[in-house]
Design a protein around this ligand. Structure first.
Ligand code: NAP
Length: 350
């Protein structure tokens, strides 16, 4: 029996030993009031979901405010930046910094101020009362304030062959992770934004040729990245090209991609051993379904004229799970900071 179920069930005699929320045990000689007090002590002031730029910045700020934040990290500790090669535009790093090192630094910085980390994938939330409940499988977390900073995951095209060859057979969404496997081979990158340009440029370090496949006739990427990509001698542009199918060789590995010309409808095959998909992201917000307002693409819609408040007091959201406009490391960090300050203010008024 858990401590909570004992209290909620209004048991007159407590079982001999009760589990407490930190994994320890409590012996029965405490009175119910004492148990309630102990229970309140174990409730968190702040729980932060996510360890990307937004989550870890919120952890640094709430940690430094002595709120002892508990940070729950999911399947991709450190978030998307851990799969980025070089971060050139985060202020304060004139020589740039690699994404993994940057996130590791943020993590250590938050830990220095008392942030605690736990692995947990929250799948359900109840947030309309003073106590916010987060359900992760069998485990229930409770907190006075919560900051959701669960980020976003890469989007796939959905064309035939993509799923079958994803992760090990030539289709991937991460050049930093997988680029080195394609030394002296031909690869393609699908997409026209900054991510696609960055992936293509990174892949020129290894691949013999990189074809950048974009569905329109100009890149969406920032001018500097677009210029670098389109002028690189190893990068060939496939404009107005709509992916139709990833093609497999006799062993089931990628051998090419079939694309259709958006203007003429003509189809052709581009040979490649690796297909890097970089067509944007899907926010990780499924677990707030039915509780928080989301837009048509799944981004959490903030409330009350704020970037980080939701319609529930004490419940905040920050970073790429909210922001579909800027989506930068620095803007995510800024939102994490805002959410942390809002959480501090909310707690101060309780
Ligand atoms: P994005 O800007 O949304 O670009 C996605 C690209 O994929 C677009 O060119 C889009 O085409 C194309 N696309 C979408 N769905 C497609 C489909 N089904 N088939 C084929 N193509 C498809 O995404 P992103 O490049 O991941 O960038 C996201 C944000 O992160 C941006 O704000 C970007 O500036 C930022 N970012 C910055 C850096 C940096 O500064 N170093 C690096 C990476 C990302 P259309 O153009 O036709 O819509």
């Amino acid at each position: 029996m858990t401590l909570r179920s004992a209290l909620e069930g209004n048991h007159v005699s407590f079982p001999k030993v009760l589990e407490n929320k930190t994994g320890g045990t409590i012996v029965t000689r405490f009175s119910k009031q004492q148990i309630i007090t102990l229970y309140q002590i174990t409730m968190e002031d702040v729980i932060i979901l996510g360890t990307g730029c937004a989550g870890l910045t919120a952890a640094i700020y709430t940690g430094r405010a002595q709120l002892n934040p508990l940070v729950l990290e999911g399947t991709q500790p450190g978030g998307q930046l851990t799969t980025t090669s070089e971060v050139e535009n985060f202020p304060g790093f004139p020589e740039g910094i690699d994404g993994y090192t940057m996130m590791d630094n943020l993590r250590k910085q938050a830990a220095k101020f008392g942030a605690r980390y736990e692995h947990a994938k929250v799948d359900k939330i109840e947030v309309d009362g003073a106590v916010k409940k987060l359900y992760a499988g069998e485990k229930v977390y409770e907190a006075k304030t919560v900051i959701v900073a669960t980020g976003a995951r890469p989007r796939l095209t959905g064309v035939p062959g993509e799923q079958e060859m994803f992760g090990g057979k030539g289709v991937t969404t991460c050049a930093t992770c997988d680029g080195a496997f394609y030394r002296d081979m031909e690869v393609v990158v699908v997409g026209g934004g900054d991510s696609a340009a960055e992936e293509a440029l990174f892949l020129t370090r290894f691949a013999s040729k990189v074809t950048l496949i974009h569905r329109r006739d100009s890149l969406r990427a920032s001018q500097i990245m677009a210029d670098r990509a389109t002028s690189h001698p190893k990068i060939e542009m496939a404009w107005n090209s709509l992916p139709q199918e990833i093609l497999a060789d006799e062993k089931g590995f990628t051998r090419g991609i079939r694309v259709k010309d958006a203007n003429t409808g003509e189809e052709r095959e581009i040979a490649c051993k690796g297909a890097f998909i970089a067509i944007g992201h899907i926010p990780n917000t499924d677990f707030v379904e039915g509780v928080l307002e989301r837009d048509g693409d799944g981004y959490i819609v903030p409330s009350a004229g704020s970037q980080v408040k939701t319609k529930y007091e004490g419940f905040f959201a920050a970073g790429d799970c909210v922001d579909h406009v800027y989506r930068q490391a620095i803007t995510a960090a800024g939102m994490g900071c805002q959410a942390a300050i809002e959480a501090e203010r909310y707690l101060a008024e309780l």
